[in-house]
Design a protein around this ligand. Structure first.
Ligand SMILES: Cc1cc2nc3c(=O)[nH]c(=O)nc-3n(C[C@H](O)[C@H](O)[C@H](O)COP(=O)(O)OP(=O)(O)OC[C@H]3O[C@@H](n4cnc5c(N)ncnc54)[C@H](O)[C@@H]3O)c2cc1C
Length: 378
């Protein structure tokens, strides 16, 4: 088989590696900029197993296991660190929701802990908890080093013979007799049997041109990072009152973001002063000791949101033969991509649809089987 993977983020790298390790044939990965240009290295580099839905929680549990095993395969240390996630809850409804969903998480083997306000104060004395009624702590959640994971996949895939075409845009998928036949790139035309679209926020450009429309849209997200300080914030803290999150990298930088109004679409990846002020206000109110911290940089990237805030993988049988997608990760894609790559490669080669993958097929939108995930952070 001759396979074109379009996009060199975590999704494309994971798919390309998993195809190559299964001797899928001749694999070409096209990246219009350079490997890791997109959202993958603009992410907060965090993982969690706690989602509102069973489908996403189960998928994440298995994907994190894949991520953990990766260090024995790739010669790069993904630096996995389980500092936990701490959700600060500011109303009774949130407490009830976490309490209720914790039954499902316990059932899946990943129970969290509900904290009363005084317990949070005891464990995290640096937090101002004026308006906080309680908290939910997920000890299974944590962080990784996104560059190392991507570079690990990249170097292995290269060793296994994947051909990387950087600075090469795929402009069109040529379809003939309802089969993918060629991809037209900025460097010429290439015959293919299979096309896998892992092109993140830009995926709809190629899909729409062949008449395929899925309910997804890019949403710009901005991030702030301070100078490094002595490490004192272990978990990622998600403030359900303000919509801000804040954590500390192992190196000591304070990193975070806040849900700040942005029009959808592929808009300029600038960061705005209004966003910075909004995050700084929310974070220094919650962690007053940070008020003298110095910002070092800001950046922006896209969440590719799907209608049910869950990723889309596989194909619709009505699409041209040979066409597959893995995108629409809705802000939690880095942690899902290791398993997406494995299951999608298996699916492409054998047609098998793993039961973990089945809920995430693109057909769910027209069949009205939406996943209803709403626990999106940032
Ligand atoms: C601010 C922010 C924080 C985040 N935090 C987290 C987090 O903590 N944990 C987590 O799991 N996820 C997080 N995410 C989400 C995560 O980063 C994404 O879901 C994931 O990186 C998506 O990977 P991808 O490979 O699909 O897309 P990308 O990494 O965007 O890669 C797509 C690539 O395709 C290329 N491309 C596009 N069109 C073409 C074309 N026509 N031809 C050739 N190449 C093309 C692009 O140049 C790009 O490099 C965050 C995202 C953002 C923006």
């Amino acid at each position: 088989m001759k396979i074109a993977v379009v996009g060199g983020g975590i999704s494309g790298l994971s798919v390309a590696y998993n195809l190559a390790v299964r001797n899928a044939g001749e694999i070409h990965l096209f990246e219009k900029n350079w490997i890791m240009y997109g959202s993958s290295t603009r992410s907060g580099a965090r993982f969690r197993v706690h989602f509102w839905t069973r489908e996403n929680s189960r998928f994440a549990i298995e994907s994190i296991k894949t991520l953990e095993k990766l260090s024995s395969k790739i010669e790069w240390n993904p630096i996995i660190y389980r500092g936990g996630y701490l959700w600060l809850l500011t109303d009774e409804q949130q407490i009830e929701r976490f309490k209720e969903t914790n039954k499902m998480w316990s059932d899946l083997g990943v129970p969290g802990v509900l904290f009363e306000q005084d317990r949070i104060k005891e464990r995290y004395p640096y937090l101002n908890l004026d308006d906080v009624l309680g908290g939910f702590y997920g000890p299974q959640d944590g962080s990784f080093h996104h560059d190392y994971v991507c570079l690990g996949y990249y170097s292995l895939a290269k060793d296994l013979g994947v051909v990387f075409h950087e600075l090469t845009t795929v402009n069109e998928i040529v379809v003939e007799n309802n089969r993918v036949k060629q991809v037209k790139t900025s460097n010429g035309l290439i015959d293919v049997d299979v096309v896998v679209l892992t092109s993140g926020a830009w995926t709809n450009n190629l899909l729409n041109a062949i008449g395929i429309v899925l309910p997804t849209e890019p949403l710009r997200k901005e991030v702030c990072l301070t100078e490094p300080y002595h490490h004192f914030i272990d978990p990622l803290i998600i403030d359900m009152g303000s919509g801000a999150y804040v954590g500390q990298t192992l190196k000591g930088e304070i990193l975070g973001s806040i849900d700040y109004p942005t029009p959808p679409g592929l808009i300029d990846l600038e960061t705005r002063l209004g966003f910075v002020i909004s995050w700084v206000k929310a974070v220094t109110r919650r962690i007053p000791i940070l008020r003298n911290a110095r910002l070092m940089r800001t950046w922006a990237g896209y969440y590719m949101m799907s209608a049910d805030s869950s990723h889309i993988m596989g194909r619709d049988p009505e699409w041209p033969e040979g066409l597959y997608v893995a995108y629409g990760y809705s802000g939690h894609g880095f942690m899902m991509a290791p398993l997406v790559g494995e299951l999608l490669a298996e699916h492409i080669l054998t047609g098998r649809i793993d039961e973990l993958m089945e809920p995430f097929l693109p057909t769910r939108f027209k069949e009205n089987k939406l996943i209803q995930e709403k626990l999106v952070i940032g």
